[in-house]
Design a protein. Structure first.
Length: 408
């Protein structure tokens, strides 16, 4: 689901909206209400230990948090390494709002803006509230240049709490398998489900895959044509993840316009880590006919495709099993195709494990034998067939469900 909520009134540049972050874990993101609500001051001794002694100049870096009028309150939870530098982290008011009297003092002289800073062992929390109107624009998260890593998480509240969930599904068979790691270089299906869809202009919705390495947008597309139906906030998007993205991971960015005309952006709370080696169950046959069925004394064949979309050749081992422990045979590859060097012919024999050069793929036929005794079967019972492919860097699982059918 969408873990970072950020909105903006104008369309920012990619450098503005794609901060270089590490994935924050639950250990570093406690419930803000559990943190000490009282601000803590860092001592001069602490400042000297951190290289922040008074009178010295500390180089600071900034990341932007984009806020518009639809957000009533937001909280920023920040972690840095080393944690001793947390005391130097600041949240700064947008420069374009700094001179706005509504962002500072009210007519009666009281403060409109209230920022509470709470320091814990591994986090610092900034709770930002306003009494009458929001300080909109590009808020800035400031931190010392000397930090080794920085991650932050933003939680907002307001009328338009747009969130989304995203995951990949296997569309190769009638039994869709969700929440698996996508593969590089092959067609995949990304599911995006948006809440409060009625508050969004459907034609404005776009999604981006943004790589962790370099914060590069690797894929971008409009969602409207992939909508399940006119009134649904669910989309199934076919796409190919570029092989050169690598396996460091990426996040999904969702952008669009609310019905009130305000631009918004949401970022998935989880990271996806694609695999360079891929395995897909492509077809299930019984007696040469497509059927997800097991029969007595019959063989059902599950066809599995294994490919190497990485940059190095590697051995690929395929093993399969089923939930009823029926005899299962994984043969040698029936076909090897694709490019790659064939300088060492010993590597390219049709064996299991099979050596695949970059860009090569192998096809396997996996036979599941129905039991010899009718009493061992139960008509309508589900048998799960699970295959596992292992390489020196990847371990990939995929499964398919078969149904037992007994003769009358």
């Amino acid at each position: 689901s969408s873990g970072i909520n950020a909105e903006y009134g104008e369309d920012p540049s990619e450098s503005d909206i794609l901060p270089d972050l590490e994935d924050p874990s639950e250990d570093t993101l406690p419930d803000p209400d559990d943190l000490n609500p009282e601000p803590e001051e860092s001592s001069e001794e602490d400042a000297e230990d951190n290289g922040l002694a008074s009178g010295g100049t500390v180089a600071m870096l900034e990341k932007e948090i984009l806020v518009d009028t639809s957000i009533d309150r937001f909280r920023v939870i920040v972690s840095v390494t080393p944690a001793s530098l947390l005391s130097a982290v600041q949240v700064l008011v947008p420069s374009e709002s700094a001179d706005d009297p509504l962002c500072g003092k009210l007519a009666d002289g009281s403060d409109n803006l209230n920022i509470t800073r709470s320091l814990a062992d591994t986090n610092v929390l900034f709770d930002v509230r306003t009494k009458t109107c929001q300080c909109t624009g590009y808020w800035r998260l400031s931190y010392p240049e000397s930090v080794e890593s920085v991650s932050f998480y933003v939680k907002s509240s307001g009328e338009y709490l747009i969130e989304f969930e995203s995951y990949f599904v296997d569309e190769t068979g009638p039994a869709v398998i969700a929440n698996y790691a996508p593969c590089l270089g092959i067609k995949e299906y990304l599911v995006i489900k948006v809440n409060q869809y009625e508050k969004i202009n459907p034609a404005s919705l776009t999604a981006k895959l943004v790589a962790v390495a370099g914060n590069v947008v690797q894929w971008e597309g409009s969602l409207l044509e992939y909508q399940e139906n006119e009134y649904s906030g669910a989309f199934v998007i076919p796409l190919t993840i570029p092989p050169d993205m690598g396996t460091e991971g990426f996040r999904v960015f969702l952008e669009g316009t609310l019905v009130n005309g305000v631009r918004f952006q949401r970022i998935s709370g989880s990271y996806f880590y694609p695999t360079s080696s891929c395995m897909r169950m492509t077809e299930v046959l019984l007696s040469s006919a497509p059927a997800h069925i097991l029969r007595q004394k019959k063989k059902t064949y599950v066809y599995v495709s294994v490919s190497n979309n990485g940059e190095q050749g590697d051995l690929h081992l395929l093993t399969c099993r089923n939930s009823r422990s029926y005899p299962t045979t994984v043969g040698n590859p029936t076909k090897i195709s694709g490019g790659g060097s064939r300088a060492n012919n010993n590597y390219h024999s049709k064996s299991n494990p099979v050596y695949l050069d970059p860009g090569q793929s192998a096809e396997f036929a996996v036979a599941i034998n129905g039991p010899r005794n009718k009493g061992d079967m139960e008509s309508g019972r589900t048998v799960a067939v699970t295959c596992e492919m292992t390489t020196t860097t990847d371990r990939i699982l995929d499964s398919v469900r078969l149904t037992e059918m007994t003769e009358n």
